[in-house]
Design a binder for this molecule. Structure first.
Ligand code: DQA
Length: 186
């Protein structure tokens, strides 16, 4: 199956041998390393997060999205998690990725950006898929403007991690690894 998911991003292949092609670069998205099944995690960044580093650095910090993604992929390697990162400014594109991800990934870490506060379409997409979604925010949305204190996506997510900057995403990865360990310890 080859699936065009947006202007510059394609999912290519089958469940056990799939790649996300983004800007001409192939990212493997389903990995079996030795005998161990490595869990696949999709990190989805919503609108304006492509401007990290330049955008309101006093609120969101000075690290760029590429730096954040590199950190997550590195931490993922240490935790046996195969991390794929994708950013979109478009609601429909994020929804398509949530739909595709449910076939290819085991977990999603989602920062819906401002869509958090009002996108019932993204909320419904999360509720429609059967893999866990962890909502993350760099800033503490509960300590900012009143409109940011509402999340329509949190009630259908496994949990919400806010306010720790880049570490919000890292804590989400650690929680996934912990959950997987608990599941395999049983
Ligand atoms: C954000 C918080 C949102 O309110 C805002 O619209 C963003 C970033 C965060 O990560 O802190 O775009 O999701």
């Amino acid at each position: 199956m080859n699936f065009k998911s947006s202007e510059n991003s394609y999912i290519i292949g089958h469940k056990n041998d799939s790649f996300l092609c983004r800007n001409g670069i192939l990212h493997k998205i389903y990995t079996i390393s030795g005998d161990d099944l490595v869990a696949n995690v999709l990190v989805l960044h919503g609108p304006n997060l492509n401007l990290l580093g330049k955008r309101e650095p006093d609120v969101y910090g000075i690290a760029t999205l590429d730096e954040l993604n590199r950190r997550l992929i590195e931490l993922g390697t240490k935790l046996d998690l195969d991390v794929t990162c994708y950013q979109s400014n478009m609601e429909g594109d994020l929804i398509n990725h949530l739909h595709f991800a449910s076939e290819k990934f085991d977990y999603i870490i989602l920062n819906p950006g401002a869509y958090t506060h009002y996108s019932y379409a993204i909320r419904d997409a999360i509720a429609s898929i059967d893999i866990p979604v962890i909502e993350v925010h760099l800033s503490n949305i509960h300590a900012r403007e009143a409109f940011r204190t509402t999340s329509v996506t949190a009630p259908v997510s496994q949990g919400q991690i806010v306010g720790f900057g880049l570490m919000s995403y890292e804590l989400a990865l650690i929680s996934i690894q912990q959950k997987l360990n608990e599941a395999t310890d049983v």
